[in-house]
Design a protein around this ligand. Structure first.
Ligand SMILES: [Zn+2]
Length: 192
């Protein structure tokens, strides 16, 4: 089953757009954490190509005033789930994507080393679409078949005080209901 789902860390049911922003994971990394993010460029505007361009290092920094704040940023995520539930992948899950930054969770720092990052197209404080929860749950279950998943957290949890995504509009209980993942996998501060 899982051989049908994955090819060297690439999920077969995603559209692949390889990003140059990645590196090797540390030897022996146990990939047991799923990090949920939200992103939209410009913030609050959905459906455009800008997030894909950001991860490809092709975003035109002069195209919008907000982009001055992130000019030169080189980042990536393993996945992006758009508002319609469509799924994109930028980095093999076997490799280290650049989504978490300075972070700590389950008493391990530098979460990029041993996590998988999923960006939901959205904005902190706003809600997310049913199709996004469905896609996230299906992706999460596919990850669980291939990697020793045992934790899920938001960027706001692994980088408190620095990051706010996905924010209070993300319904953790809904993700738990769709996946049936154990309560202990979730951050203690969220209601599931
Ligand atoms: Zn984030």
């Amino acid at each position: 089953m899982r051989q049908l789902l994955w090819d060297h860390g690439w999920y077969r049911h995603a559209t692949h757009q390889p990003s140059p922003n990645f590196g090797p994971r540390p030897a022996g990394a146990s990939i047991d954490l799923l990090v949920v993010h939200s992103i939209s460029l410009p913030p609050g505007q959905y459906g455009g190509p800008e997030v894909l361009q950001l991860f490809a290092n092709t975003l035109d920094w002069d195209a919008h005033p907000y982009f001055q704040q992130i000019r030169g940023l080189e980042v990536s995520s393993h996945f992006l789930i758009r508002r319609d539930g469509s799924l994109w992948q930028f980095v093999s899950c076997d490799d280290r994507a650049w989504h978490a930054g300075a972070s700590c969770w389950r008493e391990r720092s530098n979460c990029n080393d041993d996590s998988i990052g999923v960006e939901l197209e959205g904005l902190e404080g706003e809600t997310f679409e049913p199709a996004q929860y469905q896609a996230l749950a299906e992706l999460g279950e596919a990850i669980r078949l291939q990697y020793p998943l045992a934790h899920v957290a938001g960027h706001e949890h692994i980088a408190p005080g620095r990051k706010l995504d996905p924010g209070p509009g993300f319904d953790w209980a809904r993700l738990q209901q769709l996946t049936h993942w154990p309560r202990a996998w979730f951050p203690p501060e969220v209601a599931v």
